[in-house]
Write a protein that binds this ligand. Structure first.
Ligand code: NAD
Length: 303
């Protein structure tokens, strides 16, 4: 049972599931309510559930005696009653690494958009201003970039930034034995030395507002903060104040604490570059996500 699909059709999931000899039933296109999913599960009694955003509640999990797996099309599992699934011996799977390339590309793209003034210049030209002398641009190879979180995506970003010849610092509470291309340092040192700070950290109670007033004050004046991880990592009001004062020159955010609401104080900032939580997305990553989630179902049903 595919509970919901945000894509134009269910062809990728269908080909994987049907090739293995199973039947795919597709639910509503929009993220459905918990009750709607519970009814669907009770009606079809599936052996596997594929879900993107639709909630798979404890009731839904209990509604199919044949259920063996709930596969999430994505990374996080917060829309699935994992405890109930575990108690009942139902597997819960995710696809943790389908978009490493895309998110690291997005981060590097945001850095280049800032050093080369791409978004700002585009806005000015469209507004009828042709002012090459007014642009404040930078040579990336003279800058220091600090990557906070040296996991799958952080490593990929470090690797890509290496091609630009900048100095690269990285911070992770579990530093690896070797970090090719990066100097591993503490968070405070990273902040003090980095013109560009890029966040690749998961949001946990320990990382909530990991960047706030104090941390921004440590950064050299005129820098850039990039957040492509989770909005809650950053104290948005502190960033708006730092942009207002000019201490921070740029803030490039793919995620916001309040998404989909964008605070007016951020929209007014010429130094803000905002994208609507799309860093994960490309044709390739979405196809890979759908295929691999369906393969988890097939693998589990095959025992
Ligand atoms: P990962 O688990 O491979 O790496 C995360 C790293 O952060 C780990 O090495 C961990 O030790 C480190 N870390 C934990 N706490 C830290 C701290 N306080 N300071 C520094 N480092 C810390 O995860 P990943 O696949 O690299 O993904 C990173 C994050 O990117 C995810 O948690 C998710 O929030 C975000 N993400 C965003 C999008 C998007 O579309 N914008 C898509 C995918 C992932």
């Amino acid at each position: 049972l595919l509970t919901d699909y945000a894509w134009p059709d269910d062809s990728v999931e269908r080909s994987v599931i049907e090739e293995a000899g199973h039947t795919l039933v597709t639910g509503p296109a929009d993220p459905a309510s918990a009750e709607a999913i519970e009814e669907l599960v009770a009606e079809h009694r599936p052996a596997g559930i594929l879900t993107c955003w639709a909630p798979v509640s404890a009731t839904a999990i209990g509604a199919s005696p044949d259920l063996r797996i709930v596969a999430r099309l994505g990374v996080g599992l917060d829309n699935i009653a994992v405890d109930t699934a575990t108690e009942r011996g139902v597997w819960v799977t995710n696809v943790p690494d389908y978009c490493v390339e895309e998110v690291s590309d997005h981060a590097v793209g945001m850095v280049l958009a800032w050093t080369r003034g791409l978004a700002k210049s585009d806005r000015e030209v469209r507004a009828g201003r042709w002012d090459p002398a007014g642009a404040r641009l930078r040579r990336l190879s003279t800058l220091t970039c600090g990557v906070v979180g040296y996991g799958r995506i952080g490593r990929a970003t470090v690797g890509k930034l290496g091609a630009f010849g900048c100095r690269i610092l990285a911070h992770d509470p579990y530093p690896p034995k070797d970090a090719p291309g990066a100097e591993m340092v503490g968070l405070e040192e990273l902040l003090r030395r980095s013109d560009v700070v890029i966040l690749h950290v998961p949001l946990t109670p320990g990382t909530h507002h990991i960047i706030g007033t104090e941390q921004l004050a440590l950064m050299p004046p005129g820098g850039l903060l990039v957040n492509v991880s989770r909005g809650g990592l950053v104290d948005t009001d502190a960033v708006i104040k730092a942009l207002d004062s000019g201490h921070l020159d740029g803030a490039a955010f793919d995620v916001l604490e309040t998404e989909p609401h964008v605070p007016a104080g951020l929209l007014e900032q010429p130094g803000a570059l905002l994208t609507p939580h799309i860093a994960f997305s490309s044709d390739a990553s979405v196809t890979e996500l759908r295929r691999r989630a369906a393969e988890e179902v097939v693998r589990t049903l095959a025992g």
